[in-house]
Design a protein around this ligand. Sequence first.
Ligand code: GLN
Length: 202
Amino acid sequence: MKVGVLALQGDIREHLRALEECGVDPISVRRTTEIESIDALILPGGESTTIAHLAQVFDVFDLIAERISAGMPVYGSCAGMILLADRIIDAAKEQKTFGGLDITVRRNAFGRQVDSFESDLVVAGITPAPMRAVFIRAPWVEEVGAGVQVLASVKGSDGTSHPVAVRQNGILATSFHPELTGDNRIHRYFIEQVCAGSPAFK
Ligand code: GLN
């Protein structure tokens, strides 16, 4: 199984390292031939507007969107979650996403950079013992479609709880950055459950 990390902007190296620690030999991808060659993809944390813009510059935006809609397993952390969302609240002007995940995401929902925080989080079916979750100018999920499973939620400054980890078939997304903590349970789940369970691997 060939797993790519989209290498346009963001914490690419951290995702590569997490995958290596899970026994996968990942590749960085940014060109058409590279993206055509992979079986699964990770969209890193970073800046969703920059990543979307660079995907257009490298002329791979439509290819990535098509591969996701054709069922390629994909995991997005933070900016990666935004890039997977079908709908965005507080989007930048003309901000585009690859889409595929039937959620509405609120960008920078937890506040600005100074409002970044950490929390101990139980992610259903993945981390029965809580994991340290790092939120950096993170989005939260405002609405989920019928086919979307909510795996974890966190209370926002509005006093209500919002999903921060979701899965819809072959698409997994977290508002936080497991790639930054050395706790590889989310990556392992993506490889062993999401990718392995996908029709593309049968
Ligand atoms: N706020 C960023 C965005 O909108 C995401 C931040 C992150 O990935 N840590 O893309």
